[in-house]
Design a binder for this molecule. Structure first.
Ligand SMILES: Cc1cc2nc3c(=O)[nH]c(=O)nc-3n(C[C@H](O)[C@H](O)[C@H](O)COP(=O)(O)O)c2cc1C
Length: 207
């Protein structure tokens, strides 16, 4: 198994990213993590967590990381937002895929146009050019024509557009259930086993 790349940008929904990191850690997957400055701001606002990029430790996002990681061998390597010397900036560094979660409309636009102005844009560009899995989890509503067109451009280039749109058919009881719904779909795309939600057709979801 190769490492995975997770990028957190400044769209609402940082809880999705934190839950995703928890699930990947529990699955023993090693992750390269990049957080945009706007992503840090939203994490602070929505979750009350402070990230210090100069002295990053995963406990700043996942206080119980040690427990999750125990025995599973996964680790999280943090990269500076403009550190183009990081391995994930190059196609020669193999990964099993990248997730931008949540993905702001700004990052969506930049990636759809191949701008590569920071490590998130560059790593996404690399995943597209190397024909590796790129999962984009956009969050905005309503969506304008430019944003829809950028999503179409990315989908045509091979990215999976996986909007942060939880379903309600499995009768969620909590915000956690809604978060898990989206994270489960991301894990399915990555091929990471998870047991976060009931699957339609497998277990009793009553109509
Ligand atoms: C609390 C908060 C919530 C935001 N929510 C969204 C959002 O849901 N979608 C979005 O596209 N931008 C949202 N923004 C604006 C982005 O953070 C902003 O466009 C930023 O430039 C994105 O930069 P990045 O793509 O480098 O992270 C939000 C900003 C703040 C402060």
């Amino acid at each position: 198994m190769n490492d995975l790349v997770v990028a957190i940008t400044g769209a609402s929904g940082s809880a999705y990213a934190v839950r995703l990191l928890e699930v990947l850690a529990a699955a023993g997957r090693s992750v390269h993590l990049v957080v945009s400055p706007a992503g840090q701001q939203v994490i602070g606002h929505e979750l009350g967590l402070k990230i210090d990029p100069a002295k990053f430790s995963i406990e700043q996002l996942l206080p119980d990381f040690d427990t999750l990681e125990a025995g599973n061998g996964g680790r999280v390597q943090f990269h500076g937002y403009r550190d183009f010397s990081a391995g994930i900036a190059s196609g020669s560094f193999h990964t099993d895929g990248m997730v931008i979660c949540p993905c702001s409309m700004g990052t969506l636009a930049a990636v759809s146009q191949g701008l590569s102005q920071n490590l998130i844009h560059r790593a996404a560009d690399v995943h597209l050019k190397e024909r590796r899995k790129l999962i984009v989890v956009p969050r905005e509503t309503p969506l304008g024509a430019i944003q829809l067109s950028n999503m179409k451009t990315l989908a045509d280039a091979g990215a999976v557009i996986l909007p942060a749109m939880p379903g309600f058919y499995n009768q969620p009881q909590s915000i956690d259930d809604l978060v898990n719904f989206v994270v489960a779909r991301i894990c399915d795309q990555l091929g990471v086993e998870q047991d976060l939600t009931k699957r339609w057709g497998n277990q009793s979801i009553e109509l």
